[in-house]
Ligand binder design. Structure first.
Ligand code: PMP
Length: 411
């Protein structure tokens, strides 16, 4: 049992690895020049930047020239979507899924208002898309298929290769949001020739926030969203975030060298946690497919309690987790991912995401299980509706208010 604060929110962001921090410090103290300057200070910085590019290219098995450094996956997703549409200007149809991150969904919904036709593929109870639905929807008018490799809330994986084959049959471009996959799954872009654009974000694999990379396959167009400079071969203007880039390069080299070991550890911690939760707490459901899933993610629904209350009590006990996606925390909007999966409302409201990392310890897992069990028990006892949500001794108005609250909260 540990008394230290414990962190199980690793799909939101990760602890910066000491190696990444050390690299960032060297960018401050040693090679702090402007990488675009031709003098020796600038060239030292340029050298560090290009070394980082090689590190990231090795992690993804692509060429360094196919990478554009940027501010993270939000920017990468925006750039990929606009680039694909500009590359195939005669096509006016976009296919994505209902469970994408908002940096894809909100952009395609905006594009739908300006004349594009957008199809959001549905998902089943386990969080999987249906490839037949993709086959039925795609046509010669489809410019782009955009889907995430792994879902940030449930960890459920998409059939990227099969979707890529279908996209190519129709000449459509394929964008993959790999923000959650990088650092947790092997990504080999020579094996995935159908992928034209792929986004990653440094802070999801133990580098720093505000820095990511967009893979643009050689020959695929890249539209600069930020213009006014020749940086990144004219694909993204602005003096490079050298600190973030060299940190990401260092983190990527570690992933290339040790991914198998990291994944085995994350999975062992994840499975110990899941078994512990299921063995000590009643009425817990695991949302999403438990097999086709990231090695580090559990989305657990604790029936008959409110996830926000659970989060607050866990925070008071020194445990950091998320309800659904982090940006939804603090609002009572239920997760669009769990809604799309038709998770029953009784489970959506008590849904919490637990994500391990390569730094998670068994002591932290066991502490988390014990504290969660205690808090869930207390919350269920406190509930005026009782464990079964069956109001005992309440007036009709109180029952109606309760139902209205949950109906409102579930959209
Ligand atoms: N896509 C996915 C799947 C994500 O999980 C996130 C981060 N929550 C993003 C995109 C956005 O990444 P960034 O924070 O680098 O903008």
């Amino acid at each position: 049992m540990t008394d230290q604060p414990i962190y199980f929110d690793n799909n939101s962001t990760t602890f910066p690895a000491p190696e990444a921090v050390e690299a960032a410090l060297s960018a401050i103290s040693e090679h702090w020049g402007n990488p675009s300057s031709t003098h020796s200070f600038g060239q030292k910085a340029r050298h560090a930047l290009e070394r980082a590019r090689e590190g990231v290219a090795r992690m993804l098995n692509c060429t360094p020239a196919e990478l554009v450094f940027n501010s993270g996956a939000t920017e990468g997703n925006n750039t990929a979507l606009y680039s694909a549409l500009e590359a195939l200007p005669d096509r006016k149809h976009i296919i994505t899924t209902r469970v994408e991150h908002s940096s894809v969904l909100e952009v395609v919904r905006y594009l739908a208002e300006s004349g594009y036709r957008v199809t959001e593929l549905s998902v089943d109870r386990l969080g999987h898309i249906d490839l037949d639905e993709l086959r039925n929807e795609i046509s010669g008018d489809t410019a782009l298929v955009s889907l995430m490799w792994a879902n940030n809330e449930t960890g459920v994986l998409n059939p990227v290769a099969a979707a890529g084959d279908i996209a190519k049959q129709f000449g459509a471009l394929l964008h993959v949001d790999a923000a959650q996959a990088a650092g947790k799954l092997p990504i080999d872009l020579t094996e995935h020739a159908a992928i034209d654009y792929l986004t990653i974000s440094g802070h999801k694999f133990h580098a720093l926030k505000g820095c990511g990379a967009l893979f643009v396959r050689r020959g695929a167009g890249c539209t600069a969203l930020l213009r006014g400079g020749h940086h990144e071969s004219g694909r993204r203007a602005g003096t490079e975030n050298a600190l973030g880039i060299v940190a990401m390069g260092a983190a990527a080299r570690m992933v290339s060298a040790k991914l198998d070991e990291y994944a085995v550890h994350m999975r062992a911690m994840r499975d110990r946690l899941q078994t512990g939760l299921l063995n000590t707490i009643d009425d817990v459901v695991i949302n999403g497919d438990q097999h086709e899933r990231l090695p580090n993610t559990i989305n657990a629904g604790f029936k008959y309690i409110d996830g926000e209350a659970l989060l607050m009590m866990m925070d008071a006990e020194g445990i950091s987790v998320s309800a659904g996606s982090a940006c939804k925390s603090g609002s009572m909007e239920p997760s669009h991912v769990l809604l799309a999966m038709n998770v029953p409302l009784s489970a959506i409201h008590g849904s919490v995401r637990f994500c391990t990392s390569r730094y998670t310890t068994t002591d932290e897992v066991d502490t988390l299980v014990q504290k969660t069990a205690k808090i869930v028990k207390r919350l269920r006892e406190m509930s005026p509706f009782g464990k079964d949500h069956k109001p005992a001794g309440l007036t009709a108005e109180q029952i109606a208010a309760h139902k209205a609250y949950f109906a409102r909260a579930s959209g």
